[in-house]
Design a protein around this ligand. Structure first.
Ligand code: PHE
Length: 337
């Protein structure tokens, strides 16, 4: 092996490196190619093994050439690396480019639970008649939940309400929103036009149409004069507002110790599959109840009604089982938009 032959090998290597390097398109591949040319076990090192065969005075010359070739290849690789990097960056930008005109992910919008939704619907209708929302309390006392509503202790009509009593004597979970009538009357004199929505509790065996926890909306009007026909007119409007303009109502005699006379109100509409459905109890406020509320029954009259929110929500939305209201199943809840 002489100087010329070694030089030729190096130049050939340089030439072929040029073709190979410019053909590479990925960084990792270029790294491999770079070390196979320039590395410790690379092609140049391999060629320079032949240096031992050269006469001593030629060795520095081939060293100079080898350095030249090494530098040239190194420059090729570096230049190629820059190009590849730029290409890769451009590709990445292209890949990750966001298109501002693409529709975004739909935001998840919540909706009212059917119980508050129904209470809101009732509130809106009653607001048109001047009724404002007031609040009662869930923990009541026996006196307000029963006695002041004309239901004495040991009165058989208490059997209408399966009461959950608290440990503290005289305390209970309200069985209806009617004690709110007493509290409202005591809090301020007539004229009164309130609705009292809220949760009530009864000791009931739970099934598709009974819960031990449910909602009512109480309505109370007290003024110098109020009549059963006023009550009828308002309840007719309420029924039509809730179930549609073609809704019919039926007023049947009912019994509640705190109203006299008392009525039960049924609704029906064209195509309603269950015929008449009872949605509320109502009546003229009993004089004794007015008195218990601090109002003179000689000068004032009132009417009251109490409706079951679950029942109404079930009828409005065709819900077959009221247990669904408490299960928090998102598939059920998201059905009311
Ligand atoms: N409080 C009665 C009930 O729970 C409903 C009612 C309210 C009846 C007001 C008449 C007047 O069944």
């Amino acid at each position: 092996m002489d100087l010329a032959a070694l030089e030729k090998q190096l130049r050939t290597l340089q030439a072929s490196a040029e073709t190979h390097v410019s053909a590479v398109t990925a960084s990792a591949e270029l790294d491999d190619l770079g070390s196979s040319l320039l590395g410790k076990r690379g092609a140049i090192t391999e060629i320079l093994r032949g240096i031992g065969d050269l006469p001593a005075e030629d060795r520095p010359k081939i060293g100079v050439i080898a350095n030249e070739v090494r530098a040239a290849i190194d420059a090729l690789v570096s230049a190629r690396r820059e190009t590849i990097k730029a290409d890769e960056l451009r590709d990445q930008i292209e890949r990750e480019r966001s298109d501002a005109t693409t529709p975004g992910p739909a935001p998840s919008v919540g909706s009212l639970h059917p119980i508050p939704e129904t209470i809101a619907a009732i509130t809106e209708i009653m607001a048109a008649f001047g009724f404002v929302v007031a609040e009662g309390q869930e923990i009541e006392d026996d006196v307000t939940n029963f006695q002041l509503l004309n239901i004495p202790e040991d009165h058989p009509s208490r059997d209408l309400w399966d009461t959950l009593y608290l440990k503290e004597p005289g305390r209970l979970l309200r069985t209806h929103t009617s004690p709110g009538q007493i509290r409202t009357m005591q809090a301020g004199g007539p004229p009164i036009r309130v609705i009292l929505p809220g949760r009530c509790f009864r000791y009931e065996a739970v099934d598709a149409s009974h819960g031990f926890e449910f909602h009512q909306v109480e309505g109370l009007l007290v003024d110098r004069s109020a009549s059963l026909s006023d009550l009828k007119g308002i309840l007719n409007e309420l029924a039509r507002g809730l179930f549609g303009p073609a809704t019919q109502t039926r007023f049947r005699p009912g019994y509640y110790p705190f109203t006299e006379p008392s009525v039960a109100v049924d609704v029906s509409w064209p195509g309603s599959k269950d015929g008449w459905m009872t949605i509320l109890g109502a009546g003229m406020v009993h004089p004794v109840v007015l008195e218990n509320g601090g109002i003179d029954p000689e000068t004032h009259q009132g009417f009251a009604f109490g409706l079951g929110v679950e029942r109404i929500a079930m009828l409005r939305h065709n819900i077959p089982d009221l247990r669904a209201f408490l299960e928090n199943d998102i598939r059920f809840l998201s059905g009311f938009r």
